[in-house]
Design a protein around this ligand. Structure first.
Ligand SMILES: Nc1ncnc2c1ncn2[C@@H]1O[C@H](COP(=O)(O)OP(=O)(O)O)[C@@H](O)[C@H]1O
Ligand SMILES: N[C@@H](CC(=O)OP(=O)(O)O)C(=O)O
Length: 522
């Protein structure tokens, strides 16, 4: 059994840092350090004053794009970032010295960014390394600010910059981010945090505010990990500190049975498994970066999703239901202990429903009468060439249907080129403006009839199904439907399979049986 260490890692997203910094310091960090006596490490993303699309990272990436297009006006975008951060420092940091230093550091970081971008303009190229260097500025500015705010509000804090933690000559063995790379990072993070650990050991706890940007990853952070990389950084910090819990603070109470903006009846889930969280994130519910889970679960650290605006809420815990957490001798395994969460999970069958927009279905009918050798290989070669991802696929002997996410102009251009090439292997037709609706649940495989109920419900509401697929892992049943029907589909399936009041007769029978066992246990 791993014993508790008292460390908690708290990750705050860009919009939370932008909108609620005082609440984060006074109602969260202060409460955990001073009232609950935890040792807290904070990891932040780049500030977004309103939405992520208008946030600092998006602005910095836009400046890089402008340089690629030879547009010298990128300086005006950098200027916007500068004004936003300087104004924020003036308004929110009361101590004159802290404010002055923060503004000086902010301006200096942005000067470096402008130097990189000017050099790239001359070279007429923005390398993935330059893009990472520019992007890292977002987390630097946000953490410089949050650390200053902690100190301003009486919480001793230190700014920790991880942007140069990976040596320039570091090479990934297989060209990908593998386990040895993560081990390297965890050790490097632990070394970097040594002074904080020493200070804590001497009875002088200090809150490190750590940049969620964690270095110049060999193939570029955007390519290797993608947006949302701060979640992964927080997970690696949690492993480095052997933390008792990783808390991911958002602006929602936790993970719901559906996006609460789309399905008002959605219920907050007390726990989900890492597989369920991954599926939900991949299929449209941006809950947590999928790479996050593996690292912390291996170290037996639970992840808790919590709401910055409701810090007292329990949130949702992401953890496997068959492995003991840190500090627990054995998992609450039935029939020894049948916890209420066990009953809740058994009862559900399905855990949550989600939808993913901007989907295009590509149908390819082979030229040949029978499936010729190499037909599928050729299709995937073409998709790979244009870096197109396939979310769902279904095949018959001479026909392939694929659902592809096409969320932006670049992927739309790539799809057009790929389709021209695919026409060599057969007739190709496209259907656009679609969504994938996915029902997710680890317990679903034990229930007969869930898929039937899902599709019958859609039929009852006059919703046409373009394509159906059940994931090989059996925790996801997906179908593709018209974009216009998305909300109706989510709400009707939720009401049939996920509303508290609407349990199927099968569900009711299972419940009764479980309640009987529970009574025997008591
Ligand atoms: N199943 C779900 N549970 C909770 N939130 C969901 C779900 N599906 C989609 N969402 C949406 O995901 C968003 C995540 O919260 P937010 O804190 O805004 O994200 P971020 O931290 O990435 O800025 C919310 O706006 C919420 O409506
Ligand atoms: N700043 C980065 C990293 C990140 O993780 O953001 P967030 O935690 O706000 O999703 C981005 O916008 O992608």
């Amino acid at each position: 059994m791993l014993s508790k260490t008292n460390w908690i890692v708290q990750k705050f997203g860009g919009t939370s840092v932008g909108k609620f910094p005082e609440q984060i310091v006074d109602e969260i960090i202060k409460v955990y350090t001073k009232q609950l006596h935890n040792d807290v490490a904070v990891v932040c993303s780049a500030r977004s004053s309103d939405t992520k699309a208008e946030g600092t990272t998006s602005r910095l990436l836009r400046a890089c794009d402008m340089v690629c297009n030879n547009d010298a006006d990128f300086s005006s975008v950098v200027q916007k970032v500068r004004e936003d951060h300087v104004e924020n420092a003036r308004q929110r940091i009361q101590n004159a010295k802290l404010q002055e230093k923060l503004i000086k550091d902010t301006v200096a970081e942005l000067e470096i960014v402008e130097k990189y971008l000017n050099a790239s303009l001359v070279l007429n190229e923005v390398s993935s390394r330059t893009m990472d260097l520019v992007m890292s500025c977002g987390e630097k500015l946000s953490c410089l600010f949050m650390s200053a705010l902690c100190n301003d509000h009486g919480v001793p804090s230190e700014y920790v910059d991880l942007s140069s933690i990976i040596p320039q000559d570091f090479e990934c063995p297989e060209g990908t981010l593998d386990a040895s790379f993560y081990t390297f990072l965890v050790n490097a993070f632990r070394d970097r945090l040594r002074p904080v650990l020493d200070s804590q050991a001497q009875g002088k706890p200090i809150v490190p505010v750590i940049t969620g940007f964690f270095g110049l990853v060999p193939m570029g952070l955007l390519n290797g990990v993608g947006r949302g990389y701060t979640d992964l950084c927080a997970a690696l910090i949690a492993v480095a500190l052997n933390a008792d819990e990783l808390q991911v603070w958002k602006e929602v109470d936790g993970i719901f049975t559906a996006d609460p903006r789309k399905v008002p009846q959605a219920r907050l889930l007390s726990s989900v498994t890492p597989e369920e969280a991954s599926e939900l994130t991949y299929y449209g519910s941006e809950v947590i970066h999928p790479f996050t889970m593996e690292q912390v679960i291996r170290a037996k650290i639970p992840i808790r999703i919590k709401n910055v605006q409701n810090p007292r809420g329990e949130g949702t815990v992401i953890y496997p239901d068959n492995i003991a957490k840190k500090g627990e001798a054995t998992p609450p395994h039935p029939p020894v202990t049948l916890s209420s969460s066990f009953f809740e999970q058994k009862r559900r069958g399905a855990t949550a429903i989600t939808s993913k927009s901007d989907i295009v279905v590509v149908n390819i009918h082979s030229n040949k009468k029978t499936l010729s050798h190499g037909f599928l290989a050729q299709i995937f070669r073409t998709l790979d060439k244009y870096k197109l991802v396939v979310d769902l696929i279904s095949t018959s002997e001479v026909h392939v249907s694929m659902a592809l996410p096409v969320p932006d102009l670049d992927s739309s251009k790539a799809l057009k080129k790929a389709v021209d090439e695919l026409k060599k292997v057969g007739t190709v037709d496209l259907t656009k403006k679609l969504v994938i609706v996915s029902l997710v649940g680890k317990q679903m495989k034990q229930f007969i009839g869930i898929a039937g109920t899902m599709f019958t419900t859609l039929a009852e509401h006059g919703i046409n199904i373009e394509m159906i697929s059940q994931g090989a892992n059996e925790i996801n049943i997906s179908c593709v439907i018209d974009e216009e029907d998305a909300i109706k589909a989510l709400q009707s399936i939720h009401s049939k399979l996920l509303d508290e009041s609407s349990e199927s007769s099968l569900g009711k029978a299972v419940n009764e049986k479980l309640e009987q066992i529970k009574r025997l246990e008591l």
